[in-house]
Design a protein around this ligand. Structure first.
Ligand code: CP
Length: 359
């Protein structure tokens, strides 16, 4: 069985297959109506969402399937202390496939370890958001005609922006990708992405704190919101919240064919004056999110019993009782789970569930 917890759970060929299927759905909508008839998707959302939850719902409805679930954990038995693993064991009795969003990092991973149906990570804390990545890849393909050989600038909150982390992981498998990281010091990309992804996969990247300086060379500008809900210190948030604002003056510095992406919601990092610019692709990106989730649901359901599509093999985890995950928002620090680690690049240990550094 195939789950989607991290973009690297899919091979590049599988990603390309899902993107191609989404394009085929766009061309031949009628062929796919009813393809999920009598199937049920459960959406377990422990954290707020508009796009991801509703696009999963719309995707399953368009495929002729049904949807059940919750959008507020206070209305579920999580409020009585039920663990994530017990919840998915129960929901697996009712649904054929589960999409889960959780503020605790690694929650969808532990869910997948006990689930009898495919689990899709719909966003876990600051860690990963692989279905947004599929959305972004489809959008880049549709806007530019190709994914290889692009220079992409990530701007804003690269520290907590899980969509950025996941997209860099996926893009690292494409040819000729150049990454420009545009962020203030406080919001820089975590080291594990720079070392374990960019350095390991040979992705060229540079860091800058000037959007004006970076924008002329970009094929894609990926704007992000500063994630207030992830900050432990409100003063720190106030210092960086308005670091970058995209306006028409800055758009005038960009290439004629640059595409502006944003996972949304935006707060004030893109002025509404930019919305009418043909390069503003973020609302088309939302529509692509539904289409690619249709393709993902079809693929995971088809692959359920296909030995050609299984989870990737990982080295056995390190079980060293003297190591501790330093991330208060990791599942291993919120529920009782075996403390597991992996040996990453440069001989550093990282948490198995959330990739954080280890004490
Ligand atoms: N892009 C995204 O994940 O949006 P929501 O939080 O509204 O689902």
């Amino acid at each position: 069985m195939k789950h989607l917890i991290d973009p690297t759970d899919l091979t590049k060929e599988e990603i390309d297959q899902i993107v191609a299927l989404a394009e085929d759905i766009i061309a031949h909508r009628e062929r796919y109506q009813g393809s999920m008839a009598h199937k049920k998707l459960a959406t377990l959302f422990y954290e707020p969402s508009t796009r991801t939850r509703l696009s999963f719902t719309a995707a399953m409805m368009e495929l002729g399937g049904n949807v059940l679930g919750f959008s507020n954990p206070q209305n579920s038995s999580a409020a009585k202390g039920e663990t994530v693993q017990d919840t998915v064991r129960v929901v697996g009795c009712f649904a054929d496939i589960i999409a889960m969003r959780h503020p605790v990092e690694g929650a969808p991973l532990v869910a997948s370890e006990v689930s009898n149906v495919p689990i899709i990570n719909a966003g876990d804390g600051s860690h990963s958001h692989p279905t947004q990545t599929l959305t972004d890849l489809l959008t880049i393909k549709r806007e530019l005609g190709h994914i290889d050989d692009i220079t992409i600038g990530f701007c804003g909150d690269l520290r907590f922006g899980r969509t950025v982390h996941s997209l860099i992981k996926a893009l690292s498998r494409y040819r000729g990708i150049k990454v420009v990281l545009i962020a203030p010091d406080e919001l820089r990309l975590p080291d594990y992405i720079k070392q374990d992804v960019c350095d390991k996969m040979g992705v060229a990247y540079r860091e800058t704190d000037s959007l004006d300086e970076a924008i002329p060379e970009l094929d894609v500008l990926y704007m992000t919101r500063v994630q207030k809900e992830r900050f432990l210190d409100e003063d720190e948030f106030d210092r960086v919240k308005d670091s970058f604002v995209l306006d028409n003056r800055r758009m005038a510095l960009a290439k004629e064919k640059m595409a502006v992406l944003h996972p949304l919601p935006r707060v004030n990092e893109i002025l509404t004056e930019v919305d009418d610019d043909p390069r503003a692709a973020y609302f088309r990106q939302v529509e692509n999110g539904k289409l690619v989730r249709m393709a993902l649901i079809i693929s995971l359901m088809e692959w359920k019993n296909d030995p050609a599509h299984t989870m990737p093999e990982h080295e056995a985890p390190v079980l060293n009782p003297s190591l501790h995950c330093t991330n208060a928002k990791c599942i291993c620090n919120n529920e009782k789970h075996e403390r597991r680690f992996r040996l990453a690049e440069n001989g550093i240990y990282r948490c198995w569930y959330c990739d954080s550094k280890v004490r």
